[in-house]
Design a protein around this ligand. Structure first.
Ligand SMILES: Cc1cc2nc3c(=O)[nH]c(=O)nc-3n(C[C@H](O)[C@H](O)[C@H](O)COP(=O)(O)O)c2cc1C
Length: 224
């Protein structure tokens, strides 16, 4: 199994440690694992190069291309972020903005339909579920059919202050998710909503309602 982990923060706090609990259950030495911190990516400048022309010509491609390569190769894509003001970190959103061209409405990667995603977040009080939902939405629109959410209220500003029983609860949830991933790996497929969206997007492309680059891509893939 190929696993890639994107961290929406550089520090090793509660969110990073929650991801480690999942990795401990999920990744064995038979698996390949890569992780990236998305902190140093400049924000999207809205030039539309990726959507209208070629993603390779994005002014930040040199920084994002290795991450995107590993995402495209992976079976399991894990994304983590602490809750910052009821949302994912700005740096993670910045990375997601660089993936706009991979949304269903543009040039989705066909093999996303075989992948599994995991969205991870921790919060002091409330909102970790909102963050994992936001991450899940991004992965859904890339075309990933199965996305698990691992979120936790830790009532702390750092991992050392998190109560042992909370850590135990997170560990148990991680184990459950890891078992599900192992069972489902290689057997996921698009659900009803993604099938409908894919069909609608295909109609849109066929009618030439998208960019010429996107329409050409859908034709190249044999989808329209
Ligand atoms: C900038 C910032 C904004 C935050 N916003 C919230 C919030 O809206 N609600 C909340 O309950 N906790 C909030 N927190 C607390 C963190 O979400 C919480 O401590 C989380 O577990 C931190 O994860 P980390 O150790 O991986 O950074 C915020 C923390 C920071 C630094």
């Amino acid at each position: 199994m190929k696993v890639v982990l994107l961290h929406g923060q550089k520090h090793h706090g509660s969110t990073w440690n929650t991801s480690q609990l999942l990795l401990k259950e999920l990744v064995t030495n038979q698996d390949t694992f890569r992780e990236f911190y998305v902190n140093d990516i400049p924000y999207c400048i809205g030039c539309y190069t990726c959507i209208l022309k070629e993603e390779e010509n994005c002014p930040h491609r040199e920084i994002t291309k290795e991450i995107i390569y590993f995402i495209e190769q992976a079976d399991v894509i894990i994304v983590d972020s602490p809750n910052y003001c009821m949302g994912m970190t700005g740096q993670l959103k910045t990375f997601f903005d660089h993936m706009a061209y991979r949304w269903f409405s543009h040039r989705p990667l066909g093999n996303m339909q075989h992948k599994i995603g995991v969205a991870i977040s921790t919060t002091a009080g409330m909102g970790a579920g909102s963050v994992t939902k936001q991450i899940k939405k991004q992965l859904f629109w890339w075309g990933i059919p199965r996305i698990y959410q691992l979120n936790a209220t830790v009532a702390a500003a750092n991992w050392n202050d998190v109560k042992p029983e909370t850590k135990e609860k997170i560990a148990k949830k991680s184990k459950r998710i890891a078992n599900k991933i192992r069972r489902k790996n290689g057997h996921v497929k698009r659900g009803f909503r993604q099938r409908v969206i894919f069909k609608l997007m295909g109609k849109m492309q066929k009618a030439g309602l998208s960019t010429p680059r996107d329409v050409a891509y859908w034709k190249e893939q044999g989808w329209i």
